[in-house]
Design a protein around this ligand. Structure first.
Ligand code: AVJ
Length: 318
């Protein structure tokens, strides 16, 4: 099959998006920066290193799950499908899905980091001759503005890595509904979701001994310095990751070690000693909690899988 899908109207993430979001976030009482801005070239590279840390169980557990349930994908999903991936990063997990499907027609990776997107798209195109590969540079926080000419295809959405955990429950429900609108009625969605677990496993995954997660978090300030004429002193902030029991999520912060101020794009922001910038939420689900979320988002669970230690889950929705 040749070029079966036209290049869609990409929602390219611009420098202005970043600037507006940072200035708005730093102006709130609880300062914050949206976690999607972690993933510039350096941040994507640091995230890849996180996935290889001994403490960071999600990636290797999910890859193990994808391998063990791939015969199910071939059985449950029709031939000739189009795979649309949200936040494709290095596309390392995608190969396992594409191999499991019968004659997939096309692959559409949507990714905010150009440095991650294009090399990964080229790698997939080389590995699967005949597969139409159509990279889309952009975020997926406003999917409603995106149109893909996919009416004639069965679409398989792929959302691995527990990226859905970065959304609040309300945002996750809205995201699932947008995906339904984007992919149409004849569609499936394969989602990875991190599970609730004891804190002695969970907390080290976000506070690794080698300090890679700290470097990943602090890169947000380095990126602001590089791209927005920021003047943050990186040595005056520390990484913090805690579990919020009530909201059932990991929360990451950058904590100011002293009273200080920093300018960004010509504006000045002051910090008290101990004041934080909220940089990420990573929600942890129970199997029943995820089922509730999927239903609210307009999907039905066909099958769910978890590893034997119940660390991570995969869900096939339709
Ligand atoms: C890939 C966004 C799901 O929340 O575990 C890893 C990102 N942040 N370590 C996650 C992340 C800190 C990761 N997600």
């Amino acid at each position: 099959m040749g070029q079966v899908v036209q290049f869609p109207e990409a929602r390219v993430s611009s420098a202005k998006d970043f600037r507006d979001a940072v200035l708005l976030g730093l102006s709130q009482k609880q300062k914050s920066v949206p976690s999607r801005f972690f993933y510039d070239a350096r941040g994507s590279e640091l995230f890849e290193r996180i996935t290889e840390l001994p403490e960071y169980y999600p990636t290797r557990t999910e890859i193990g799950l994808l391998k063990s349930c791939s015969p199910d994908f071939g059985r449950l999903l029709p031939p000739g499908a189009v795979v649309v991936e949200f936040g494709s990063g290095s596309s390392r997990k995608t190969e396992l899905l594409l191999q499991a499907l019968e004659r997939p027609a096309a692959y559409i990776p949507i990714e905010i980091s150009a440095a991650a997107l294009y090399p990964a798209a080229r790698r997939i195109a080389r590995a699967f001759p005949g597969l139409g590969v159509h990279p889309v540079l952009g975020g997926f926080h406003d999917l409603d503005r995106m149109k893909l000419p996919l009416q004639d295809f069965f679409c398989v959405g792929f959302f691995p890595g527990s990226t859905i955990g970065n959304f609040t429950r309300t945002e996750a429900v809205l995201f699932l509904r947008s995906v339904r609108r984007l992919l149409g009625k004849r569609a499936a969605l394969l989602v990875g979701a991190d599970l609730q677990k004891p804190l002695d496993i969970l907390l080290p995954a976000y506070n690794d001994a080698a300090g890679v997660t700290a470097a990943f978090n602090l890169n947000m300030l380095a990126r602001i310095n590089r791209e927005l004429f920021g003047a943050f002193d990186l040595a005056a902030f520390e990484h913090s990751a805690i579990y919020n029991e009530r909201k059932e999520r990991i929360e990451m912060y950058l904590r100011s070690l002293c009273a200080q101020s920093a300018s960004v794009a010509g504006r000045c922001f002051s910090f008290e000693a101990g004041e934080t910038i909220h940089t990420e939420n990573s929600h942890k689900y129970s199997l029943s909690g995820f089922r509730w979320l999927a239903a609210r988002g307009g999907w039905e669970i066909v099958k769910s899988w978890a590893d034997k230690n119940r660390l991570f889950s995969l869900h096939l929705l339709t």
